[in-house]
Design a protein around this ligand. Structure first.
Ligand code: BMA
Length: 762
């Protein structure tokens, strides 16, 4: 019990009782299905699927066809409950709140059998006043409604007009109406992901008790004053003052390394109060700015804020402050119509090179800190400097952004809306407004976040008429679009965050979109803003097919994950390219055929007499094809930085689709179950299927260990294109892979991500 008791804030001076206590409700809860036939223990944070798996009631959800077999889990209405004793005298506290950092998603909450509130948004943080219902011994219940059933109900209740799409394409085997629920949009399925609409308490939950006043949150923005040429820091703190009298005192803000210490007098009236402080950093002090990876250091400064309030109440907070400016430059370009679209960090134009980030697992409780660190470290190891947190997933956890700050990864942050139109009735808007205001406060202090973007592809969906809306009805949807992304989300960003730009969508035409009334005739124009580009028909070795755009924020090609990855979630009968399993895992219409077609343009397709060999070789060829295609396209965008050809060019960003995978299936990802694909540069004078004189290469590897690293000394009998090293299921990173071996010997290093022995590798 004592471990759960966290003394948050101590009342200094007279040695009296603490001014705030927090009691964590993490750990074991009881989970029960709708008709009471299943009752099991479950961890919080966590979800029903994980609890069922841990008890052995279901297999690995990613195994074979289990996404379909376990559909019943998401269609049931589960209840999470817990009984607990509070290990301090609760009656001594003026105010007691139940804090839920993340509820997935639709629930009614009962505390000691009294309904205290409801939730409908997995991206919001909830706080409920339980002062009048809390006792020493308590019960709590979260009665969930299936998000799938809720979404269907909401869509049915929206009778005035349809809000498309109703359902995902059949090939995705997903659930319908995800646009009616504020939940991870890809959890109802995507063209690379399964349908697992989870239910549960996915983040921290706790009870907070306090007297006098309580600091609910604090956030800050470093802002550069160009005319005065100095840095300032805007700090916002929000209090709940429960004392009947005003609470006065001092605030001391200190950043020792910048020789900055400032003191302010404050007086907080009873009720909810916001304190805004403005800290000036003297011009005479050199402030080292934060730079993206490859452009400089990621210097940060420790800051403490001490609130010394009446009655000896001291509240102290600390944080790391990073200083950087970001501007989105949209200006005329000589020799090209339209406007530029690029970022200046600390006044310097920077080419954004990187990828798109999706949720790392359908079940967030399986995403460990180690996995996040390894994936993000791989980003910088591959010389990327940017990730786009894509709008069909989740706002990532704090740790993700802290790592990006530390590693110098710029984050293009979408709001969580993707590939759909959305309703704008008041209930929906209220929920979105709370979500957006909360996320802005949570993330705005991170220098890594360099832009907010309203949604993924919804301007394009509307204006390219993906959902066949009649011309006469279009104004209704445009009005909804402007209401949601401009008036509400845009308005909240404008009011809450002055330290980075906001665009309404991706792709968008930026200033041109604004000029056209927030929706452009062609949001994917090469002359404005960013583009998303996919072409599976043209040969990808021909760079002429790629758009010479200002900024390519999505482009890519599918491939299959390695056999060692698939092996774990399949059985022998699945191991062919046309098996039921291979078709089932492919969520992109025609995807398997497109990959073979693209590979067949330059390679002889696999045709061994051994079907398993053919399957393995086919997988390998799809990866080689993908690497070649993404390489050619990326190099094209990099080259286009410094040229205008046929009035097009000045490309300043290339973010390929997609960095990571959510499960073991064909996708556009380059990093799948912990493998990094990083091709080196060379030029083929013909397709490899037409090359003459290539001999079959015999390659041997001698493995030795040097500390934690393994050395692979390779020797080949002939020139070998696309040499692929695979160590089965051992997670780690090769210093190079998928390379062309023209020399007789070559040394490659393997960095394991877990303690590994030489025997396991051999
Ligand atoms: C874009 C993305 C994703 C999708 C990808 C590949 O549309 O925004 O929605 O997964 O292309 O099709």
């Amino acid at each position: 019990m004592r471990l759960h008791l966290l003394l948050l804030l101590a009342l200094c001076g007279a040695g009296t009782a603490a001014a705030a206590l927090s009691y964590s409700l993490r750990g074991n809860w009881s989970i029960c299905n709708g008709n009471g036939s299943l009752e099991l223990p479950g961890a919080v944070p966590g979800c029903v699927h994980s609890a069922l798996f841990q008890l052995g009631l279901i297999q690995d959800s990613y195994y074979r066809f289990n996404d379909l077999n376990y559909r019943w889990v998401s269609l049931d209405n589960w209840t999470y409950s817990k009984e607990f004793k509070i290990p301090f005298e609760i009656s001594k506290w003026q105010k007691v709140n139940l804090i839920l950092e993340g509820v997935d998603t639709v629930s009614k909450i009962l505390f000691n059998e009294v309904t205290i509130g409801e939730t409908d948004n997995m991206f919001n943080r909830y706080s409920f006043d339980i002062t009048n219902v809390v006792r020493d011994v308590n019960s709590i219940e979260l009665r969930f409604q299936s998000a799938v059933l809720y979404a269907a109900q909401q869509s049915k209740a929206h009778t005035r007009y349809q809000v498309p799409p109703d359902c995902p394409p059949l090939v995705q085997k997903g659930e319908c109406h995800v646009n009616f629920v504020r939940k991870e949009q890809c959890s109802f399925s995507w063209d690379w992901g399964p349908s697992f609409p989870t239910q549960g308490i996915w983040k921290d939950v706790r009870i907070e008790a306090y007297n006098i006043c309580h600091l609910n949150y604090f956030t800050f923005s470093p802002l550069y004053d160009k005319s005065a040429q100095e840095w300032n820091l805007e700090i916002e703190s929000a209090f709940d003052v429960v004392s009947s009298k005003p609470v006065g005192g001092q605030v001391i803000v200190a950043i020792p390394k910048l020789q900055t210490q400032q003191t302010y007098n404050i007086e907080l009236q009873p009720g909810k109060r916001i304190v805004e402080l403005f800290v000036n950093i003297s011009k005479n002090i050199t402030v080292e700015t934060w730079w993206p990876h490859g452009h400089g250091n990621q210097t940060g400064y420790n800051m403490t804020i001490l609130f010394e309030l009446d009655g000896g109440l001291n509240i102290e907070k600390s944080a790391k402050v990073y200083f950087r400016t970001v501007e989105l430059i949209e200006e005329p370009i000589k020799g090209s119509p339209g406007l530029s679209f690029y970022f200046k960090i600390n006044g310097f134009p920077i080419f954004l090179k990187g990828s798109n980030w999706i949720p790392a697992d359908s079940f967030q409780d399986r995403v460990t800190s180690e996995l996040l660190r390894l994936l993000l470290q791989s980003v910088v190891d591959a010389n990327m400097n940017t990730l786009r947190v894509w709008g069909g997933g989740i706002y990532e956890r704090d740790e993700f952004y802290e790592l990006c700050d530390e590693l110098g990864i710029m984050v293009w942050q979408d709001f969580m809306f993707a590939c759909a139109l959305y309703p704008t009735d008041q209930g929906f808007l209220d929920s979105v407004r709370a979500e957006v205001a909360y996320q802005i406060k949570r993330l705005k202090s991170h220098p890594s976040v360099i832009i907010w973007s309203g949604n993924n592809e919804n301007e394009e969906a509307l204006m390219m008429n993906w959902y066949h809306i009649s011309f006469t009805d279009r104004p209704i949807y445009i009005k909804d679009y402007v209401t949601l992304y401009v008036k509400n989300i845009g308005g909240l960003v404008l009011a809450g965050d002055k330290s980075r730009p906001f665009i309404t969508s991706s792709p968008t035409n930026g200033a041109e979109t604004v000029a056209e009334g927030w929706v452009s005739q062609n949001p994917n124009s090469n002359y404005f803003g960013d583009v998303h580009f996919y072409d599976y028909i043209s040969g990808c070795w021909n760079w002429k097919v790629f758009p010479k755009a200002r900024f390519a924020s999505e482009y890519g090609y599918q491939s299959w994950p390695s056999f060692s990855t698939l092996e774990k979630v399949s059985s022998t009968e699945d191991w062919s390219f046309n098996s039921k399993f291979s078709l089932h895992r492919q969520h992109h219409e025609g995807g398997n055929k497109q990959m073979l077609y693209q590979a067949g343009l330059h390679f002889k397709l696999a045709q061994s007499t051994d079907p398993l060999r053919t399957f393995k070789d086919t997988i390998y060829l799809t990866q080689v094809m993908q690497a070649q295609c993404v390489k050619t396209e990326t190099e094209f965008y990099r080259r286009s930085r410094s040229e205008i050809v046929d009035q097009q060019g000045h490309t300043m960003g290339a973010l390929y689709w997609q960095l990571n995978d959510i499960w073991q299936a064909p996708s556009w990802a380059s990093l799948a179950d912990h493998e990094l694909l990083s091709p080196t540069n060379y030029h083929f004078l013909s397709s490899l299927k037409e090359a003459v004189g290539l001999c079959k290469a015999q390659i041997t590897a001698i493995i030795s260990q040097q500390g934690d690293i393994f050395v692979f000394d390779l020797e080949t009998t002939a020139v070998a294109p696309f040499v692929w090293l695979d160590v089965g299921s051992i997670p780690g990173r090769f210093s190079d892979n998928g390379f062309l071996m023209t020399e007789k010997t070559r040394t490659i290093l393997f960095y394991p991500w877990e303690p590994t022995s030489k025997n396991e590798l051999e």
